[in-house]
Write a protein that binds this ligand. Structure first.
Ligand code: BES
Ligand code: MN
Ligand code: ZN
Length: 496
């Protein structure tokens, strides 16, 4: 999709369809008012007739305008003017593009930057238009021989005033970069486990690095991990025929000596549970157990595309978790790179086993902060549902920064505690710690486990089990979260 900004007068724009917002109680946005006056009051008449009320996400297409230079007008309801929020604004954008993608139009002009929204500037609105449009337009076709019909839409022009042009341009750059990062994350996540293996993820990371001047990649093989003593990570991959990879992307956008932000993403390209085998129903969705890793790749690509003036390291430990004669067995004790021994009471708690070694490895980059993201626990979905990502960490300031970024990116987070009382649940009779802490507080005990490996730096953990993909039915698919949140956090750091 081609996204651009245009300051030409609305009646001078070359487009197949112009998108304008209206509110409830017959209030028109500035663009709607102008278009109305240029077209003999057609919008006011339709409102008066009751054909559209202006409720949020309501749409009405006017597709025949004799004597007008405009081909089509798409009216979009925003709801009550005083009650418009960022979420409602995004909802209206989503219904807009859902209608547009089915129309016989190749280009649209979106005027919705002119909508007033408390505490949101033109950068934010421009960026949201691109993020939401791109999200709805995403269509996975890679493994289909019979393709779904593609939209005819090729070009989205975002119309802005001269005064808002500078802000909108920033939003355009950010929106395009983040949307592309989300697309990449969703594509990698939606690819099935027999296509998207650890080796495939490593190849994709290599491509991302080669498309940027400031990024290098290193792929650590199992022999390298052996030499580093990553006994915990390697114990998981031992049960799989696919060789594990430790992917390291190094983006140098900042000063040479400035400490990097390190992102660590769980990259389980398929999690069958291992010997503690998962039940069959819905097991296909465990191809999504690499969403943390895919989000790290998508976020680094976006950061590079925005040329953020900071240093960022992305680490993706990638493996399968399969049942096999050589797989981990319940009761096995392994030794992590940090030296701590771990009793594996459940082989399905494998994410923390690969993450702990990757987190230990992160130390070598002398990080400013380390943020890991992982589809780590089903318990997170029980606790928080599929609305916010779970946030846990050892530093209040870092957690506060992430929450602030999540609010402006509309990619929500909710913090859970990792108090010392919970650590009791990880006690083992035969090792330094156990890899599970029983039924209670599963998301917290998983984070407690990770926290034993992150004592030397500022660290936050994002449990994205409920937010990285939509589950079940025909709506199943990756969401691209938390790429918007992480991108916002990095933009904020770059501006700090
Ligand atoms: N990848 C799963 C977590 C998961 C489950 C994410 C369902 C999304 C939906 C993880 O590896 C896992 O299996 N965790 C176990 C931990 C348990 C054995 C302590 C879980 O959540 O059941
Ligand atoms: Mn598992
Ligand atoms: Zn898993």
């Amino acid at each position: 999709m081609d996204y651009s900004i245009e300051t030409l007068a609305l009646d001078k724009q070359q487009t197949d369809c112009i998108i304008v917002g209206i509110y409830e109680n017959a209030q028109l946005s500035p663009a709607a008012d102008l278009i109305d006056k240029l077209n003999q009051g057609v919008i006011s008449q339709l409102i008066k007739r009751g054909d559209i009320k202006g409720k949020n996400a309501e749409t009405l297409l006017i597709n025949h305008l004799p004597n007008s230079s405009i081909d089509r007008i798409l009216l979009v309801g925003l709801g009550e003017k005083e009650k418009l929020t960022a979420k409602l604004y995004r909802k209206a954008l989503s219904s807009t593009i859902t209608v547009v993608k089915t129309l016989k139009v190749k280009s649209v002009c979106c005027t919705l930057v002119d909508i007033e929204l408390k505490s949101s500037d033109n950068t934010w609105k421009t960026r949201q238009i691109i993020e939401v449009f791109s999200d709805v337009l995403y269509l996975f076709q890679n493994t289909k021989s019979i393709k779904d019909p593609a939209t005819e839409l090729k070009k989205v022009t975002i119309s802005v005033t001269h005064e808002s042009k500078a802000q909108a341009e920033t939003g355009l750059t950010q929106g395009i970069a983040i949307a592309k990062g989300m697309d990449l994350t969703k594509l990698l996540a939606d690819l099935p486990g027999n296509h998207c293996t650890p080796s495939y993820l490593a190849e994709q990371a290599t491509n991302i690095a080669s498309n940027s001047n400031n990024m290098s990649v290193e792929i650590l093989e199992e022999s390298d991990m052996q030499a580093l003593g990553m006994g915990s990570f390697l114990s998981v991959s031992r049960g799989s025929r696919q060789p594990a990879k430790l992917i390291v992307l190094d983006y140098q956008g900042g000063a040479k000596d400035s400490k990097p932000i390190v992102l660590v993403g769980k990259g389980l390209t398929f999690d069958a549970g291992g010997i503690s085998l998962k039940p069959g129903a819905g097991m296909d969705e465990m191809k999504y157990d690499m969403c943390g890793g895919a989000s790290v790749l998508g976020t680094l690509q976006a950061a590079a595309e925005m040329s953020l003036p900071i240093n960022i390291v992305g680490i993706v430990p990638s493996s399968e978790n399969m049942p096999d004669g050589d797989a981990n067995k319940p009761g096995d004790v392994v030794t992590s790179m940090a030296g701590l021994t771990i009793e594996i009471l459940n082989t399905d708690a494998e994410g923390r086993l690969i993450l702990c070694d990757a987190l230990t490895y992160a130390k070598k980059f002398n990080p400013e902060v380390v943020i890991d993201l992982a589809t780590l626990t089903g318990a997170c979905i029980v606790a928080l549902g599929r609305v916010p990502t779970g946030l846990l960490g050892n530093d209040d300031a870092l957690c506060a920064d992430l929450i602030q970024a999540s609010e402006s990116a509309c990619d929500s987070l909710w913090r859970l505690p990792i108090w010392e009382e919970y650590h009791e649940q990880l006690k083992s009779n035969f090792a330094d710690l156990a890899n599970i802490g029983g039924r209670d507080a599963g998301t917290i005990t998983a984070a407690c486990f990770l926290s034993r490996f992150t004592e030397d730096f500022l660290w936050a953990h994002l449990d994205i089990a409920g937010t990285a993909w939509r589950s079940g039915g025909t709506n199943k698919g990756a969401t691209g979260r938390p790429v918007p949140l992480l991108s916002q956090y990095l933009i904020d750091r770059a501006n700090a």
